[in-house]
Design a protein around this ligand. Structure first.
Ligand SMILES: CC(C)(COP(=O)(O)OP(=O)(O)OC[C@H]1O[C@@H](n2cnc3c(N)ncnc32)[C@H](O)[C@@H]1OP(=O)(O)O)[C@@H](O)C(=O)NCCC(=O)NCCS
Length: 184
C-alpha cells in the first residue's frame, strides 16, 4: 500500500503533520519525559534521550512492518515537534487500527489535537482503508476521552482494573468510530 512505501505528510490550517525522524528526539523527549503527560496513559516518563531515540526507532520499524503510521505535529513555520499522533496496532485484515496521541503541555487546550486527529482520521478512513478506529484511554484521563467524544467516538465499554501502574489498578475505557459515522 502506498502510504507504507511513501510516507504521507498532511497539512492542517495550523500544522504540518510529518514523519518523525531520529533528529526529532530532543523535541519528543520534551513531552515524553514529562510525568504529567505519560502518567495520563499509565507509562513511566522517558528518563534519558536514548529512551526517546529507541522509541523513534521502534516507531520506524513498526512503520516498515505496516503495524503503525505516526505523524509528528509541527506548527507551520516552526519545524520542531509539539506532539505526535498515530495509528498503531493496525489490523489490516479487519480494517481496524488504534488511535494514539500526545502533546506538549504548553500547547494544550488550543484545539491542536482536535485539528491533527481530524486530519489523520480522515486519512485513515479514506486512504488507509480503515473501517473502524478505536482508542482506549484510562478512565481518569478525562481530557483524552472528552477529546474522543468531541470527535464523535462512541463509548463502548469499561474494562475494570485493566491497567496497573503506580501501585494501583485502573479502569480502561473503550471508544470507537466507524467510517460511516465520520463526517469529513
Ligand atoms: C489529551 C490531549 C491530547 C488533548 O490535547 P489538546 O490539544 O489539549 O486537545 P484540544 O485542545 O483539541 O481539546 C479537545 C477537547 O478535549 C477535551 N479536553 C482537552 N483538554 C482537556 C482538559 N484539560 N480537561 C478537560 N477536557 C479537556 C475538551 O473536550 C476539548 O474541547 P473544548 O476545548 O472545546 O472543551 C493532551 O491533553 C495530552 O497530550 N494529554 C497527555 C497524553 C494523553 O493523555 N494521550 C492520550 C492517551 S489515551
Amino acid at each position: 500500500m502506498t502510504p507504507f512505501t511513501h510516507f504521507p505528510p498532511l497539512s492542517t490550517p495550523r500544522m504540518d503533520l510529518r514523519q518523525v525522524f531520529p533528529s526529532d528526539a530532543g523535541a519528543v523527549f520534551a513531552f515524553k519525559s514529562d510525568p504529567e503527560v505519560t502518567s495520563r496513559y499509565g507509562q513511566e516518563p522517558h528518563a534519558a534521550l536514548s529512551d526517546t531515540q529507541g522509541w523513534i526507532e521502534r516507531l520506524q520499524t513498526g512503520y516498515e512492518q505496516r503495524e503503525n503510521i505516526a505523524w509528528g505535529m509541527a506548527l507551520k513555520g516552526n519545524p520542531g515537534l509539539i506532539g505526535v499522533c498515530l495509528f498503531w496496532n493496525i489490523d489490516h485484515a479487519s480494517h481496524c487500527a488504534e488511535l494514539g496521541y500526545e502533546l506538549h503541555p504548553s500547547c494544550s487546550r488550543q484545539g491542536l489535537m482536535t485539528e491533527a486527529l481530524t486530519a489523520i482520521i480522515d486519512f485513515g478512513f479514506h486512504e488507509l482503508d480503515l473501517h473502524r478506529i478505536e482508542a482506549c484511554p484510562l478512565a481518569p484521563n478525562r481530557p483524552s476521552w472528552e477529546l474522543l467524544q468531541k470527535l464523535g467516538f462512541t463509548h463502548e465499554g469499561r474494562l475494570r482494573d485493566r491497567h496497573f501502574s503506580q501501585d494501583q489498578f485502573i479502569d480502561m475505557l473503550y471508544y470507537s468510530l466507524l467510517k460511516d459515522e465520520w463526517k469529513s
